[in-house]
Design a protein around this ligand. Sequence first.
Ligand code: ATP
Ligand code: MG
Ligand code: FE
Length: 340
Amino acid sequence: DLVLSFETSCDETSVAVIENGNKILSNIVATQIKSHQRFGGVVPEVASRHHIEQITGCIEDALRDADVTYDDLTSVAVTYGPGLVGALLIGVTAAKAVAWAHNLPLVPVNHLAGHIYAARLVEPIEFPAMALVVSGGHTELVYMPEEDKFEIIGETRDDAAGEAYDKIGRVLGINYPAGKPVDELAHQGKDTFKFPRAMDSDDNFDFSFSGLKSAFINTVHHADQIHEELSREDLAASFQQAVVDVLADKTQRALKEFPVKQLILAGGVAANKGLRERLTKEIASFKDTKLELVPLSLCGDNAAMIGAAGEMLYRHGARADATLNADPGLEFEWLADEAK
Ligand code: ATP
Ligand code: MG
Ligand code: FE
């Protein structure tokens, strides 16, 4: 079983070939970060243009690296949401064209299901499972009773964790994306500022990071005004400790209410060293739950993860036809509607 998978939801153009849903034969990722950095973030029009320029070469490279031809393929999988509409459309259109030209089934994939299913490229996922998805656009706790059921039990009410990293990074003079450099700075400092941990003790699984971001920015601006020099390391460490505290606390609360066999840490922010260390320590006390950290190389956006989710969805009969459209606001189901 060979899936040709596409990912173009944001600022990486990626095409992969995945065997049996769990083996990467190729995973081409063309990043556009340099083109967006001078604007301090992803510019949708620029992203779309890059995707158009890169996509054909990525398909050719993915097939060549995997040493397969179109005739060997079983299905085509593509991210159709959530993400930037103009960016998603390039991948969706390319996938539709390949599926139509080679008479292959087309499987629509939710980008966040892809982030979660990246775990499968290392080890089989055991169900029921829980995923903490932390990325540039999302912070969600997703309960999976079975392999094709994704139910949101909590999410951020405002900024995503990655977005908060990128915004406070800018105040420290760090270029987009700031997550990794802030993580590195944090490891050289101490939590001296004691920033707020919003909603930490609330009886729900939701998050909020905008208050933390504002507290951080106000602290830096106030120090600027009185010409006081603050430690960048301590600022980063204090910010990261606040983020990691609420993520770890809410995840533990969720695991108590929804006992699972596996906890998956996924998404771009899952590359965070502080978060990986903290969850490894905390989950050790949940004897029946195994922690699955998506490997660093697969935390960011890539098509391999879309192929991993796509193969599973294909087995469950997910199909799209030529009318498939990008769905920029695509969401999972809520476990209970009143939860929102
Ligand atoms: P989404 O997946 O929600 O659609 P996205 O695809 O843009 O959003 P990803 O590419 O999954 O997001 O993740 C990118 C984010 O991860 C950026 O905000 C980046 O700063 C953050 N990030 C990357 N490495 C780290 C790290 N070590 N620590 C914290 N954040 C990180
Ligand atoms: Mg990205
Ligand atoms: Fe992503």
